[in-house]
Ligand binder design. Structure first.
Ligand SMILES: C[S@@+](CC[C@H](N)C(=O)[O-])C[C@H]1O[C@@H](n2cnc3c(N)ncnc32)[C@H](O)[C@@H]1O
Length: 215
């Protein structure tokens, strides 16, 4: 299973609980619209997609129209301007970073702008919300971005839980999927995100922001 599929699985499982609101979901990097479509099918009241490439926005719009999807709004703007477009709480944010496979590799996400968006998304994350963050350190901008985001994740307050998922044959360039959720107030609650098989959960780590060794 690819990490993109795992991101979908993670989010699907998170929202299995019918008491968790599905008001607003954001696809921070629309691209070809795979994640946008996934979120729209999860029945969020509203899905908003950000993308800097007009072609990608047009393709995604056509795709949504063909599917008859009516809960998706697309914004031709960088996710760093999230705060200009969305003021309220967000239940789900997907960051599938990097560049479009087969597209212009120069049109990739960058550490500085991703960090602006991620900080805002974290601030606006609803109590029961989730952020998925898929990092690709296998190219120079992606490596710098991943390292910057990892440093920042460690500074996130204790009220957040961060889990990392990566393939077993891990090396410096291996993509990493992070899940960010708010910790529940009751300390006795088991708020671990569970994966379907035990095998998968073995490669899932919780990052203690004060423990540099656990990433
Ligand atoms: C890996 S692709 C996303 C794949 C997409 N989620 C899908 O399902 O097809 C990364 C996308 O991020 C876009 N991107 C780059 N910088 C961005 C920014 N600052 N804000 C929003 N999108 C950006 C790129 O144009 C590219 O389409």
């Amino acid at each position: 299973m690819s990490l993109t599929q795992r991101a979908h699985k993670l989010i699907r499982q998170h929202f299995q609980d019918p008491s968790i609101p599905r008001d607003l979901a954001v696809d921070a990097t629309c691209g070809n619209g795979n994640d946008t479509e996934f979120l729209s099918r999860l029945n969020f009241r509203q899905v908003v997609g950000f993308e800097i490439q007009e072609d990608a926005i047009i393709r995604t719009r056509m795709r949504m129209d063909e599917l008859g999807v009516t809960n998706v709004g697309l914004i031709l703007d960088g996710h760093e301007s999230l705060g200009r477009h969305i003021a309220g709480k967000i239940d789900c944010v997907m960051f599938n970073l990097g560049y479009l496979p087969g597209g212009d590799e120069n049109l990739t996400t960058h550490a500085v702008t991703t960090l602006v968006a991620l900080k805002y998304a974290t601030e606006k994350l609803s109590d029961t919300g989730i952020i998925s963050l898929l990092c690709y350190p296998g190219h120079p901008a992606g490596m710098q971005e991943t390292k910057t985001l990892q440093r920042w994740l460690k500074t996130l307050g204790k009220q957040f839980k961060i889990q990392a998922k990566m393939s077993r044959n891990r090396h410096e360039a291996t993509p990493i999927l992070y899940a960010i959720t708010r910790k529940k107030q009751q300390p006795e609650d088991d708020d671990t995100i569970k994966f379907a098989s035990q095998d998968e959960s073995r490669s899932l780590h919780t990052i203690d922001p004060v423990d540099e060794e656990t990433i």
